[in-house]
Design a protein. Structure first.
Length: 182
């Protein structure tokens, strides 16, 4: 008789049935979560499209983001106060207009909705390491860093569909001009 566990010991060590351990509402929520999880994962994995016209934070300029052979380029498509790239370290480029000038320079996708690459700042004539993320369909978070330690960022907002600059032409023409100047 000693080899056989008592009925109390059997109850203590046996696995409880799943039907008795969760309240009804919790079971329903877990079941719904199981159904929705593939949808949530698919939505999270879908990258948001950065292509289009973007207002810089102070709305003093718009940047047109185009995809050229898998690299994202941002070109100044409109500016409130047109000017020249007078702070460029290359004296030959100091007389070029800022309008039509690339500022996001061939960024590569690092993760879904996240691109990395150089950023040119015409205000000081310097190129910074950085990138951008697309947190939502209507916002672009741009970050530039000095020595990957001191970083600054700003959020750009998507311009209305009719705000597209016709002076730059179609994306294919922009990519063609960019490949000629590299």
């Amino acid at each position: 008789m000693r080899d056989r566990p008592s009925m109390v010991a059997q109850q203590r060590f046996s696995r409880p049935s799943h039907s008795g351990i969760m309240p009804r509402g919790v079971k329903g929520a877990i079941g719904l979560l199981g159904i929705l999880t593939p949808c949530l994962i698919a939505t999270a994995a879908t990258a948001l499209d950065p292509e289009g016209e973007w207002w810089v934070a102070d709305r003093a300029a718009r940047i047109r983001v185009v995809n050229c052979a898998g690299a994202m380029w941002g070109i100044v498509s409109w500016e409130a106060n047109p000017g020249l790239d007078s702070n460029n370290p290359d004296p030959a480029k100091r007389r070029r207009p800022i309008l039509g000038m690339p500022v996001l320079l061939g960024m590569k996708e690092a993760k879904p909705s996240r691109w990395a690459g150089p950023i040119y700042n015409s205000s000081d004539g310097k190129t910074y390491s950085g990138g951008f993320t697309v947190p939502s369909a209507n916002s672009l978070r741009v970050t530039g860093c000095v020595l990957r330690v001191l970083c600054g960022s700003q959020t750009w907002s998507r311009a209305a569909a009719g705000a597209r600059s016709e002076t730059l032409g179609p994306s294919a023409a922009i990519c063609s001009r960019l490949s000629e100047t590299r």
